[in-house]
Design a protein around this ligand. Structure first.
Ligand code: TUI
Length: 311
């Protein structure tokens, strides 16, 4: 059977996460040029922004790339149409159900890969016509579910008959090898690309990731139904205060509005939301995307080449 890399015409079975504000055409082009699948993350932007990004990435690479639609985006309908019109090769989705867009995307020839936090959502996406799913554990940065990658990935694999990629807590060859051992056909990585040379984010964001340790991230907003993993700072302490006094969704939302922009664009270390996964503690240097990917797969191949029965 064809591998996911063969199906998509890429060298490495690696997707770059569609990180809101972070994953623009700069990092996406670098990842695609390096042989992975670069992904433009639309986040909260609109369809015009996406059209420009697609034009820009096509100037930089003729290799396959993807687009991530964050389904809570109020302009999701318009953005979904642009993805179909532009015949984007791969579309990933997050933070909701992609059901209503799948027929349009399939008709346009897109390969549709929803990100799922549970077996139920994976089965639903398979029923609705998804080509593959990304099972994303709570180790990830940004909007997260409850289950860990280690528990989620094999359960999703047992439940569906489409390819499954693993995400959450993967930043080197050990994570890639472990994902394959769990039965995944590929991986999606986000945080490690926030520490790439090509990513177009404020240096303070990169520094926050480089300085982070294992316990540096925290999930805020679980009680309000909007769980987001980010690096601890003054803002997360304020979120904690609100949660401790059972503040409602509106108050939490007001504190969060614009906070990702403050992190990515302004480098505001106090008031910004520095979304990052638990693996940030292991990401200790800024490297070109190509080096990140090549090192990761050289290490994974070495480990997998040595894989032996446990006893
Ligand atoms: O989507 C992500 N990660 C994200 S999106 C994002 S932008 C944002 N900013 C502030 C607040 C909220 C979002 C930052 N990070 N990952 C994929 C993902 N999808 N994780 C969890 C889910 C998910 C959750 C519920 C997928 C489907 C789902 O379905 C619920 C339903 O029943 O519709």
């Amino acid at each position: 059977m064809a591998t996911i890399a063969e199906i998509l015409g890429i060298k490495y079975p690696l997707f770059q996460g569609g990180m809101a504000w972070v994953a623009d055409h700069h990092i996406a082009a670098a990842v695609s040029e390096a042989g992975g699948l670069g992904i433009i993350g639309v986040g909260g932007a609109d369809e015009n922004w996406l059209r420009t990004q697609i034009q820009e990435i096509r100037k930089l690479t003729d290799k396959p790339f993807g687009v991530n639609l964050m389904l809570m985006n109020p302009r999701a309908d318009e953005i979904a149409k642009v993805i179909a019109e532009e015949k984007v090769k791969v579309v990933t989705t997050g933070a909701g159900s992609a059901q209503k867009y799948i027929p349009m995307w399939k008709e346009a020839g897109c390969f549709v890969v929803p990100v799922v936090p549970s077996v139920a959502m994976a089965k639903k996406m398979e029923r609705d016509g998804a080509d593959a799913v990304i099972a994303e554990g709570t180790e990830s940065g940004g909007h997260v579910g409850e289950l860990t990658t280690m528990a989620l990935v094999p359960q999703v694999i047992d439940a569906v008959n489409i390819p499954v990629l693993a995400a959450g807590g993967i930043a080197d060859g050990r994570g890639v090898a472990a994902s394959f051992m769990l039965g995944a056909c590929g991986v999606q990585c986000g945080t490690v690309f926030c520490a790439s040379e090509e990513v177009n984010i404020h240096q303070n964001y990169k520094d926050m990731i480089i300085k982070a340790k294992d316990t540096s991230t925290k999930v805020t907003g679980r009680k309000a139904g909007a769980p987001v993993r980010q690096i601890r700072n003054q803002l997360t302490a304020k979120f904690q205060e609100l949660e401790d006094r059972n503040a409602g969704f509106e108050e939490m939302e007001a504190l969060g509005v614009g906070a990702l922009r403050k992190a990515v664009v302004d480098g505001d270390t106090k008031n910004g939301t520095f979304m990052a996964g638990q693996i940030a503690g292991m990401v200790n240097e800024i490297k070109p995307a190509k080096t990140i990917i090549e090192d990761m797969f050289a290490q994974a191949n070495e480990i997998l080449g040595n894989a032996k029965p446990v006893c």
